[in-house]
Write a protein that binds this ligand. Structure first.
Ligand code: ASP
Length: 574
């Protein structure tokens, strides 16, 4: 006989009427009706209603979240609750034991709680008792399990890689851990298992994966944590095409298994197309409003005030000509990073009665008409035109496009539009440090047609064999085919400003390993936290992590980071 329970709180139903049961759980709710007292008892599996006679409870004080054990009999319930599995029955209690009391709670343990995020983080163990968080953790488990099953069935081996390592090349800041034994020396925590998975390929492993913890010392955001989890993969003897096909199937499999959603074939566009059409490499394809480039049109029509601008682009927002200028101003003013200055934007309302109104008197009526035609706008549409320096102008219009979609309620959480971005740049110029940086990481291979540009002056134009998976404007994964040719690798290192000495000290072990017969290989890593968040149509990844850090990287529950005591610092000789 089980001591604590014969059944859980979610499984009993009509067919169990008459059974003698033992149940244990938390008190969710107490209703005192005088002679009878009703208590909702909750455990991981569900909720069940208990009835106590006043005599039984008498002087015992019970409160929410006390852990109790009861003996009783399952009986038919008078007022049926259709919403829960146990809604047709209740348990008439004959014996009560308090297993553990609870002090008053900082917030309600309900689906709709009164606790704000800060408070919920501090008492995360209580937050986990609530269904929304509990269900997210169950979902996370299911996705991890499906990932393991799918990849194992397809010949991937799950291999752990170390956590106390040397610098990794993902381009973020690494966390470091001081070594006690090797005074003054440090380990770095992995930004990803990148170098180790490549070494596994050199080691002859054909397909690797790992659900790996990664650490990046960056500012946290609603979609980014300093400590996060990757589904990290690497395959030998593959090219871009093989990776895209295989992992498209993997993502489709997860959506089908977990959400019963059949995803359509993924769209695939190059980085440069994505920048031209959406001004970003992570566009949300749930809505249109593609960019229309006006540089040629401007030249052809001889529009003086725009002729010298590096870029003039616009979008057509359908059915929005009725927006008032005040509404539009407040939308534009609300956009930050980058901010849109009023003098670099204007809009044209093409009313349903086919009249036209421009926010600035910059174009003749004839040119306005022509512009509307150029955009293929329909009566009722609203055009935004923005101009200035190429990079910034694109970024600004991209933000405005998203903002308008938000206003028009076009970001439907249950619509999924996956997209592969390919041919991302190999290198990008960093204005701050005045040098090139890897767009992905230094082990990414250039595409064949662009290899010759490695010897040229402007390597910023080199495209790479890299890819990113975007769903609904969120980057879900990214990877590349790796360099396995020593000369190409050396040339990339040179462009990145590494001296031979730096290469030797930072990646010497890897470049040496490359000399022992390296198979062509490539891989990808998916952000597990983001993937789950997007699958649920949500935006805050914290809700899908059992014990997340807050936006300033703190865990307020365990109170970390913390100051080391003097003795400890001394022991570490810091
Ligand atoms: N290690 C890379 C990253 O974390 C992914 C990859 O190239 O496979 O972004």
């Amino acid at each position: 006989m089980h001591y604590y329970r014969t059944h859980n709180c979610g499984e009993l139903c009509k067919k169990d009427i008459g059974k003698k049961v033992i149940l244990s759980g938390w008190i969710q709710k107490i209703r005192n009706l005088g002679s009878l007292i009703f208590i909702d008892l909750r455990d991981f599996f569900g909720i069940i209603q208990l009835i106590f006679s006043k005599k039984l409870i008498n002087k015992i004080e019970l409160r929410k979240e006390f852990v109790i054990k009861i003996n009783g009999e399952v009986i038919k319930r008078k007022s049926i609750n259709q919403k829960i599995h146990t809604g047709e029955i209740e348990v008439l209690v004959s014996r009560l034991e308090i297993l553990n009391p609870s002090i008053p709670l900082p917030f309600l343990i309900e689906d709709q709680t009164d606790g704000d995020e800060e408070c919920r983080m501090k008492y995360r163990y209580l937050d986990i008792r609530r269904n929304p968080i509990k269900n997210n953790l169950i979902l996370r488990h299911e996705i991890s399990l499906e990932t393991r099953n799918f990849l194992s069935k397809n010949g991937f081996l799950e291999i752990e890689t170390p956590v106390l390592i040397n610098q990794t090349p993902e381009g973020a800041r690494s966390f470091v851990v001081p070594s006690r034994i090797h005074s003054g020396m440090f380990y770095a925590l992995p930004q990803s298992p990148q170098l180790f998975k490549q070494l596994l390929m050199i080691g002859g492993i054909d397909k690797y994966f790992q659900i790996a913890k990664c650490f990046r010392d960056e500012d946290a955001r609603s979609d980014r944590q300093i400590e996060f989890t990757q589904i990290d993969c690497e395959m030998a003897f593959v090219d871009v095409h093989d990776i895209l096909i295989f992992f498209e199937n993997f993502i489709k499999h997860l959506f089908k298994k977990i959400k019963n959603i059949e995803l359509e074939s993924f769209t695939c566009i190059s980085y440069s197309n994505s920048m031209d059409l959406y001004g970003t490499n992570s566009p949300d394809l749930r809505f249109g409003m593609k960019f229309v480039k006006l540089n040629e049109w401007v030249q052809k029509k001889g529009i003086e005030f725009l002729k010298k601008k590096e870029l003039t682009i616009g979008i057509n927002v359908p059915k929005c000509s009725h927006y008032t200028c005040n509404q539009i101003y407040s939308i534009i003013e609300g956009i930050r990073e980058p901010k849109i200055n009023p003098e670099e934007i204007f809009w044209i309302k093409f009313f349903t009665d086919k009249t036209i109104l421009s926010s600035k008197k910059l174009l003749s009526h004839e040119n306005l008409m022509k512009l509307i035609k150029f955009f293929k706008a329909k009566p009722g549409d609203l055009l935004f035109i923005i101009f200035g320096k190429e990079k910034k102008t694109r970024a600004k219009l991209s933000k405005l496009r998203i903002e308008m979609a938000h206003h028009l309620n076009l970001k439907k959480p249950q619509v999924f539009k996956p997209l592969w971005i390919i041919d991302l740049p190999l290198l990008e110029w960093d204005e701050k440090s005045k040098r090139y940086k890897s767009f992905h990481h230094p082990f990414t291979s250039p595409i064949k047609e662009d290899i010759h540009l490695l010897d040229k002056k402007n390597p910023g134009y080199i495209r790479s064999k890299s890819y990113e998976l975007i769903i609904n404007g969120m980057e879900i994964g990214g990877g590349s085919i790796r360099v396995h040719d020593k000369n190409i690798q050396d040339s990339i290192f040179k462009h990145l400003g590494f001296s031979i000495k730096d290469i030797e000290s930072e990646f010497g072990f890897l470049t040496k390993a490359f000399k022992y017969g390296t198979p062509p290989h490539g891989g990808i890593a998916f952000g597990l936290d983001r993937l789950i968040t997007i699958l649920e149509g949500k935006e805050n990844i914290k809700d899908f992590i059992a014990f997340p850090k807050n936006n300033s990287g703190r865990d307020t529950m365990v109170n970390t980071p913390y100051f080391l005591k003097k003795e400890k610092l001394k022991e570490l000789r810091l």
